[in-house]
Design a protein around this ligand. Structure first.
Ligand code: ADP
Ligand code: MG
Length: 348
């Protein structure tokens, strides 16, 4: 049995905020709740934490039904976007606070505080007032404080909200490695898919109070279940198509032969062309009948690891691909031929 089992959780305010959510999470795993603002992520966390009572459904933790147990008895930890640190206390005092609440003796409090500050890389800053810390350091204090009492489950609600990009990437790696060192079971909430990919063992994509798809990051990226998930992951090349008698997919842009599941002939489907799946045919010609796109370049942007090239096909449909930055990029206004790796095409 999983460590955490939620079944059929339902919570309504004016409208349903969480609807029929079931999920399970094994000891030591990191689950990410990913979805747009207002989709019910925080409400789901609060239901699991016991800060909100469900109208329906159950929360079972460690084999015990905790649905009506008050929050403080669940021994779960929470970390929020605004850190919620005590501004007039120093780093050690902030971390020690939760331990003192547990009535540990002063020696144990001191030892555990040192241990956890070491783990988050703040051993030298124990005496510093938290108001004199950078955003990233504050975030580490908040993490240390929530981990110090050894919670049975840690919940992090958009913890990276106010940090800049470079800092986020570093902290995300650190958070994941710290949680793994402690074999901590965690639920991490974010609306940012790159954050979710960086931290999660599995991702539950939410929309309008429901979990739309739950999968490992790689599987989610490879096989988004529907247009909402694909769109939320940032995919833009979504084409309407239909299956022909040969099992190929006919679209306004050309004929494609995806390797994934093949619905019956005549079926209407959506095709996802991954942006990294295209290669320029330098001589502008191709013998291939499938997997070829001919179009005119309408824009070209250097995005570091690649050139992002937007092309228009038959003067109607636009698609965007990331071409490797080590080959000369096509010029705006030129007609080009692209070959699409069939492995980078998915039927959804
Ligand atoms: P998210 O964290 O994904 O942004 P929330 O769980 O905060 O979403 O909110 C989900 C929906 O529930 C929203 O429409 C929000 O307005 C509503 N909601 C959340 N908390 C309350 C509340 N205490 N009272 C009334 N409506 C609420
Ligand atoms: Mg929220």
């Amino acid at each position: 049995m999983a460590l955490l089992e939620c079944s059929n959780l339902h919570k309504r305010f004016d409208e349903p905020a969480v609807a029929e959510i079931s999920l399970s999470l094994d000891q030591g795993r990191i689950l990410c709740l990913l979805g747009p603002s207002g989709c019910g992520k925080t409400t789901l966390l609060r239901l699991i934490a016991g800060l909100e009572r469900p109208d329906n459904g159950r929360v079972v933790f460690g084999g015990k039904d905790v649905t009506s147990q008050p929050a403080h008895r669940r021994q779960f930890g929470m970390m929020f976007q605004d850190f919620a640190l005590f501004p007039h206390k120093n780093v050690s005092q902030n971390v020690a606070f939760g331990l003192q609440m547990l009535n540990l003796d002063p020696g144990q409090v001191k030892q555990r505080t040192l241990e956890i500050l070491n783990l988050v890389g703040l051993a030298d800053l124990g005496q510093r007032n938290v108001s004199a810390l950078s955003g990233g350091e504050k975030q580490r204090v908040a993490l240390a404080r929530s981990l110090a009492p050894r919670p049975r489950l840690l919940m992090l609600d958009e913890p990276m909200g106010s940090l800049d990009r470079a800092l986020r990437e570093k902290l995300l790696l650190d958070i994941r490695s710290i949680l793994k060192q402690l074999d901590m079971t965690a639920i991490f909430v974010t609306h940012d898919q790159s954050e979710a990919f960086g931290v999660a063992d599995e991702i539950a994509v939410m929309n309008k109070g429901r979990i739309v798809q739950q999968a490992a990051p790689e599987d989610l990226y490879r096989y988004p279940l529907n247009i909402f998930v694909a769109g939320f992951l940032g995919f833009k090349n979504l084409l309407k198509g239909s299956i022909n008698a040969d099992g190929d997919v006919e679209t306004a842009l050309g004929v494609f032969h995806p390797p994934s599941r093949q619905p019956a002939a005549g079926t209407s489907i959506t095709l996802l062309l991954r942006p990294e799946g295209a290669r320029l045919q330098p001589d502008g010609s191709s013998e291939q009948k499938t997997g070829i796109i001919r179009g005119r370049v309408v824009s070209r942007t250097f995005v570091g690891q690649s050139f992002r090239v937007k092309i228009i096909v038959a003067d109607t449909e636009t698609v965007t691909f990331d071409l490797p930055n080590h080959t000369p990029p096509p010029l705006v206004g030129h007609n080009i031929v692209l070959y699409l790796n069939p492995k980078m095409i998915t039927v959804i």
